[in-house]
Design a protein around this ligand. Structure first.
Ligand SMILES: Cc1cc2nc3c(=O)[nH]c(=O)nc-3n(C[C@H](O)[C@H](O)[C@H](O)COP(=O)(O)OP(=O)(O)OC[C@H]3O[C@@H](n4cnc5c(N)ncnc54)[C@H](O)[C@@H]3O)c2cc1C
Ligand code: SF4
Length: 539
């Protein structure tokens, strides 16, 4: 319901979800099925490139390098202090309009690193507790996957879709990995291996990111389009929530205030019985810190002083190897093999856990303008050079390793950078816990040695090795509103409800105590669905 109060549009609803990313999309779909309450979703950005325009957008990307996502951000809404690991993407669907769809689960050890290895923190629930929500997220997105050896890859039910095929290239690499003693299988991906949910089967055209032209790769706009068409949610776009207001006595959130991000900049107020902060890893803690008041001078949900702290993520070591195989460059190069055998070590004297991914690569085999003698290559000469060098095989391997977060791995309000409304922007500074930092050189050398061993097992050679681009950011970032049972050591409880505000919930990535060592979005969505299930049980 909308009431006009002077210049301010006042919206009234039961559940207000802030943000329209993948976590919010999963949660809204669950709530629409399990709770008969009105749902209003508020998104700071606009709708982005519609599905019907994605084939043309892909063509322009390939021809001119033009971004397929024209209106994917707000110019003045940026986080500072980090260069990698997140994008300031603010539009309907959030970051997962750009994502690659790679959807592995964390391993059971991720939830108990403290108990098993004596470092970091345990989660307030186990892998088995999350298994049904992993399944639900996989079914809602449509994840195609191959069951790995059950001891390494436990799951309660089969994947919803059959695996993406292990093609000629990957089959050869799978055999090579096997010779090195590594069990590897088709990486689970939110890409249709068969037609699914009214969307096409993957055509292996290999532009998954930046853009999938066929709709085979899941993106949250598909869920929003359905929910809006079926009138199950109201989606309020181009509306930035700038403050949550809490009753000083009860702590209950009474309303949210913000402004339109269109030209009007008009004020907006949202009244709801329940607020769900699903604004992603940067903007969720940021909004809580912005919402400080005389009753809550450190911001909301911040009695522990932990809002914005324990930012987590992971880093990687990457290698390119030349192998004496015959691969066909460029055939579905965005699909890969995965192994979980290094995510699940037993108790160790020194701590290292990592995932392992294997791709066919064209590195060292791309077409080039100059030959070995630097002479210019044109026309047939270029083609012949390429044909000669395209023979053989290059593999890319990568291990994401755990980085355990420090209390001072932190998001704060920036001293000088402000948006158009005068709100301070986030400043992000990642930091490893000292015990994690102390292991880093050894961990990276262990990974390099693994890759050398893999090269030797295939009579190959290492072409090049590299670490994550820099230390300013981490991949698949999480944290800032960590969950736990102790209100002095966490921001939200095990279900995502703020310890300090009974009708405020934080969803997904920001609530995670650690970030695991593989792509995290499936876990963000599963944790969000666990929160949605708890919310749906509320009367
Ligand atoms: C190029 C690329 C490739 C990737 N590939 C993979 C992959 O293959 N596998 C994987 O696991 N992950 C991948 N990721 C990461 C993945 O996209 C993100 O982890 C995921 O999308 C995060 O979802 P989210 O729901 O937590 O938040 P977000 O996507 O950040 O959504 C938050 C939304 O909230 C809105 N919002 C924020 N603040 C406010 C406010 N105050 N008022 C109103 N609205 C607000 C934002 O505009 C945004 O739309 C990739 C990311 C990129 C950029
Ligand atoms: S290979 Fe092509 S069709 Fe398949 S998911 Fe990627 S972009 Fe979409």
């Amino acid at each position: 319901m909308i009431i006009q109060d002077g210049n301010t549009a006042v919206h009234e609803t039961d559940i207000c979800i802030i943000g329209s990313g993948i976590t919010a999309a999963m949660m809204a779909a669950h709530l629409a099925e399990h709770a008969s309450r009105r749902i209003l979703v508020v998104e700071a950005g606009a709708h982005t490139t519609p599905f019907a325009q994605r084939t043309a957008a892909r063509e322009r990307y390939l021809a001119y390098g033009e971004s397929p996502w024209k209106s994917d951000h707000l110019d003045d809404q940026n986080a500072f202090g980090t260069t990698w690991g997140y994008s300031p993407s603010m539009h309907v669907g959030g970051l997962a309009m750009h994502w690659g769809g790679v959807s592995p689960r964390y391993s059971p050890e991720d939830f108990r690193v403290k108990s098993l290895y004596g470092l970091g923190d345990d989660w307030p629930f186990s892998y088995d507790d999350l298994d049904p929500f992993y399944q639900e997220a996989e079914e809602r997105m449509g994840v195609a996957g191959e069951q790995g050896p059950p001891a390494l890859d436990p799951r309660g039910k089969p994947y919803p879709l059959p695996p993406l095929p292990v093609n000629h290239n990957l089959a050869q690499l799978q055999q090579w990995a096997g010779n090195a003693g590594i069990a590897a299988w088709s990486t689970p991906s939110a890409k249709n291996s068969t037609p699914f949910a009214g969307r096409a089967q993957c055509q292996r055209c290999d532009s998954c990111y930046p853009v999938c032209p066929t709709g085979a790769k899941y993106s949250p706009d598909f869920t929003w389009d359905t929910l809006v068409r079926e009138r199950k949610v109201t989606l309020l776009t181009e509306t930035l929530v700038r403050r949550l207001e809490a009753d000083a006595r009860t702590g209950r959130i009474t309303h949210a205030t913000g402004n339109r991000t269109d030209r009007s900049g008009a004020p907006v107020e949202i009244r709801a019985t329940t607020f769900v902060l699903a604004a992603g890893f940067v903007w969720s803690p940021h909004l809580l810190l912005l919402s400080r008041s005389s009753a809550f001078p450190e911001g909301l949900a911040n009695r522990s002083g932990l809002v914005g702290r324990y930012l987590a993520g992971h880093r990687n070591v990457n290698a390119y190897l030349r192998l004496p195989l015959e691969l066909l460059p460029g055939i579905n190069a965005q699909h890969s093999l995965v192994s979980k055998q290094f995510m699940r070590p037993g108790k160790q004297s020194r701590y290292l856990r990592h995932d392992l991914r294997i791709w066919e690569s064209s590195v060292g085999r791309e077409p080039r303008l100059r030959g070995d003698d630097s002479a210019l290559l044109l026309g047939d000469a270029m083609l012949q050079d390429w044909q000669r060098r395209a023979k053989g095989a290059t593999a890319r391997v990568r291990g994401y390793y755990d980085v355990l977060p420090d209390r001072d791995s932190r998001l704060t309000l920036h001293d000088t950078q402000r948006n158009r409304f005068g709100d301070p922007m986030p400043n992000v500074a990642f930091r490893d816990a000292p015990e994690s930092a102390a292991l880093r050189a050894w961990q990276e050398e262990q990974l390099r040695e693994l890759f050398r061993r893999m090269a030797r097992a295939g009579n190959g050679e290492i072409l090049r090795m590299e670490n994550s681009a820099n230390d300013l950011g981490q991949e698949h970032p999480t944290g800032g509103c960590r969950m736990g049972t102790d209100p002095t050591r966490s921001v939200v409880n095990a279900e995502g409800r703020a310890h300090d505000h009974e009708n405020l919930w934080v969803a997904g990535a920001p609530t995670q105590p650690t970030a695991g060592c593989c792509n995290g979005t499936l876990t963000f969505a599963a944790v969000g669905l666990r929160t949605a299930a708890a919310l749906a049980r509320e009367k």
